[in-house]
Design a binder for this molecule. Structure first.
Ligand code: C2E
Ligand code: CA
Ligand code: CA
Ligand code: CA
Length: 275
């Protein structure tokens, strides 16, 4: 039994080692891809109840040589662990500003949402990076919505709040991503300069058939209404979900029902084809 235990531990350590090495290999490849200009940002539109496009979210893509893509759910956590997310995130911000300028030139005046990871937001020079991205591209601050996660607000909340206020004063808007999956309290929400909440896909998936999921969606929509916050639902896949969300006051709908995330050029064509 003892030998078995030892083998068990040895196996576990080997598995851990393999995991660490895999992550390091992936991190190096990701850093190279960023430097070589191989990463892409795809864009997914958000629509209001009338089908008007009111915004779009920028989502990172890592294309491979064989034409496949590594999903962000695989590489973003690695980038977060190794700190590479800061460089990636700054690049994403610049891409969003440039995309906003191109869209505006084509007559499309809506804001682009960018995912900001907690480590990136906590960098002392974050606000300066945002300002530089805006200045260098010529995009107005109103062209950006920064999507933050609730986790950011759990510790060092005062620092996060001060930073949000500083950026909000410039005209940057903030959205809380995956809302309902974290630990936000009502008290936090009212103290923050917020523009929007995004209902997590897991809750959208539950509507309208699952009672407790539906109750959460209704609670979020009711609360946001009272606080004067815009709400966007992510991962809308069926007309039934869209009808339910709209009936309960949801402002924005984002999901495969309307469009998948796509390259900016494709989005421009998609927009041009719409009535
Ligand atoms: P998220 O911010 O919650 O983004 C929404 C995810 O839902 C995206 O996955 C999007 O492609 C997907 N989605 C949208 N509509 C539907 C739908 O109708 N059905 C389904 N099944 N999925 C839908 P994606 O692009 O794979 O991104 C995954 C996560 O990676 C994002 O989740 C975000 O947390 C992170 N991420 C992506 N790009 C960035 C980035 O530039 N910076 C940072 N920090 N994180 C990013
Ligand atoms: Ca997001
Ligand atoms: Ca989200
Ligand atoms: Ca999500």
């Amino acid at each position: 039994a003892k030998a078995e235990g030892r083998n068990g531990i040895a196996f576990f350590e080997m598995a851990m080692q393999a995991g660490v090495e895999r992550r390091l290999t992936m991190e190096r490849a990701l850093a190279r891809a960023l430097d070589a200009g191989q990463l892409r940002m795809h864009v997914q539109p958000q629509l209001d109840r009338h089908g008007q496009v009111t915004g779009a979210e920028m989502l990172m893509r890592w294309p491979q040589e064989d034409g496949s893509m590594i999903a962000p759910s695989l590489f973003i956590p690695v980038a977060e662990e190794t700190g590479l997310i800061i460089k990636l995130g700054n690049w994403a911000l610049r891409q969003a500003c440039q995309a906003a300028v191109r869209l505006a030139q084509a007559g499309h005046h809506f804001a682009l949402s960018v995912n900001v990871s907690p480590a990136q937001f906590r960098q002392p020079d974050f606000a300066a990076r945002v300002r530089a991205a805006l200045n260098d591209s010529g995009a107005p601050a109103g062209a950006l919505v920064l999507e933050l996660t609730e986790g950011l607000l759990v510790d060092k909340r005062d620092t996060a709040l001060a930073r949000m206020r500083e950026l909000a004063a410039l005209g940057i808007r903030f959205s809380i991503d995956d809302f309902g999956t974290g630990y936000s309290s009502l008290a936090y929400l009212t103290s923050m300069p917020l523009y929007e909440l995004k209902i997590d896909k897991s809750f959208v998936d539950a509507t309208p058939h699952d009672t407790s999921g539906t109750a959460i969606v209704q609670a979020i929509l009711g609360m946001a209404g009272h606080l004067g916050l815009r709400v966007v639902a992510e991962g809308v896949e069926t007309q039934q979900q869209a009808d339910f969300l709209v009936a309960h006051g949801c402002d924005g709908l984002q999901g495969y029902l309307y469009a998948r995330p796509m390259p900016l050029d494709d989005l421009m064509r998609w927009l041009a084809q719409r009535p």
